[in-house]
Design a protein around this ligand. Structure first.
Ligand SMILES: C[C@@](CO)(OP(=O)(O)O)[C@H](O)COP(=O)(O)OP(=O)(O)OC[C@H]1O[C@@H](n2ccc(N)nc2=O)[C@H](O)[C@@H]1O
Ligand SMILES: Nc1ncnc2c1ncn2[C@@H]1O[C@H](COP(=O)(O)OP(=O)(O)O)[C@@H](O)[C@H]1O
Length: 338
């Protein structure tokens, strides 16, 4: 693995709840030797994408389908949460292949020496784009991870979506979102949503996306119900495996009141998540639930007072290992450097 020094001036991830398009920021940097590689055309040298985590405001799980590789039918409402991974894609000399560097304080099982970088979701996305575009994957990828790993927050999907967006720009393909989503759907259930973020309904095995605009009837209703604005993410050192949570769901089923049908399964495997949900609701959260397949807990809070109360409750009883403050819904943003 070769580490590539980022050449892009880091820009702040956008928390904008109302932006409906993917933002594109251009930043200049001083010329270096490698700039000459692209001096002759307008293609950028480096593209940097901030891609948010996701949660599921509703996750209804149906039966399994053989034609989907045994995956379950879903009816879900995705919501992007403003905790961002940054994927930086830099053009490499033709024929030199790809490289991957991962940085961050909380890398979970990605830090393990046995983690195969060719199976990393960002690398799979790079390969898928190379195949679709008929090009070699001569790209240096750097992932700055902030989204907790194996947490039900779709971090791998966010990195894959960020890579699709980055390479689409790096190679001047300008493919529309629908085409990127079709490629994403071959890689994972969550990935087509992560390409655009915001809020959306997901059907099929989660890959069929219908966007929910913030100013639509449903978008406004969700915001009025408290599913927008300040969010606290309660994260854990331990991870849950998505297939194991689905298998456990097949045995234990869904809790009667649960909008997330995987919640009872996740809590049976990781009881602290259930305790954190109860404490957050008692402390003033409007909604608190397991994020997707867990174990992370997401709490929507109406104001700073409620946020502080939830943080205190979680900290006093050590119900979570780490607390991240964020805003939802969130969108990916693309930064370009020549
Ligand atoms: C549960 C959810 C909720 O959004 O995400 P996470 O909370 O884990 O991030 C998703 O359904 C996960 O999405 P993702 O992790 O992309 O799934 P995939 O890679 O396609 O599948 C991983 C495994 O999860 C199970 N799976 C996934 C999707 C689905 N509709 N039914 C399933 O049973 C299968 O065992 C599959 O082999
Ligand atoms: N870029 C990536 N970021 C996070 N996890 C990844 C990535 N690539 C592969 N993985 C693997 O995918 C698994 C699920 O991680 P993640 O997507 O963070 O969680 P979840 O599916 O619960 O939302 C982890 O075991 C991790 O090793």
């Amino acid at each position: 693995m070769s580490a590539i020094a980022p050449t892009l001036v880091r820009h702040k991830a956008s928390d904008a709840a109302t932006t409906s398009a993917i933002a594109v920021n251009s930043t200049a940097h001083t010329a270096s030797a490698s700039d000459t590689l692209h001096a002759s055309n307008a293609a950028p040298l480096t593209v940097s994408v901030d891609c948010p985590a996701k949660t599921n405001l509703v996750l209804h799980v149906g039966s399994t389908h053989e034609e989907w590789g045994g995956r379950h039918e879903l009816d879900t409402i995705y919501c992007a949460v403003g905790v961002y991974d940054t994927v930086t894609a830099t053009a490499k000399q033709p024929g030199t292949g790809f490289s991957l560097a991962i940085e961050g304080a909380y890398l979970g099982d990605l830090a393990s020496s046995s983690a195969d970088m060719r199976r990393n979701h960002a690398v799979l996305a790079l390969f898928a784009m190379a195949e679709a575009a008929g090009r070699e994957p001569d790209v240096a990828l750097t992932i700055t991870k902030r989204i907790p790993v194996g947490a039900g927050l779709g971090g791998g999907s966010a990195d894959a979506a960020a890579t699709l967006l980055a390479v689409n720009r790096l190679w001047d393909l300008h493919w529309p979102v629908e085409r990127l989503r079709a490629i994403a759907a071959t890689l994972g259930a969550d990935m087509p949503f992560c390409v655009t973020g915001g809020m959306a309904r997901g059907t099929g095995f989660g890959e069929q996306i219908t966007d929910i605009a913030p100013d639509s009837e449903q978008g406004l209703r969700l915001a009025k119900e408290g599913f927008a604005g300040q969010v606290l993410v309660g994260a854990y050192q331990s991870q849950l495996s998505t297939p194991e949570v689905y298998h456990t769901f097949d045995v234990v089923g869904a809790g009667a009141q649960d909008a997330n049908h995987l919640q009872a399964s996740a809590i049976s495997l990781h009881p602290r998540s259930g305790q954190a949900i109860e404490a957050a609701l008692a402390a003033g959260a409007r909604h608190a639930f397991v994020s997707g397949s867990g174990p992370s807990v997401v709490a929507f809070v109406p104001d700073d007072t409620a946020a502080d109360q939830v943080i205190t409750a979680w900290r006093d009883e050590a119900l979570v290992d780490r607390i991240i403050r964020a805003v939802a819904p969130a969108k990916p943003s693309v930064g370009v450097s020549h």
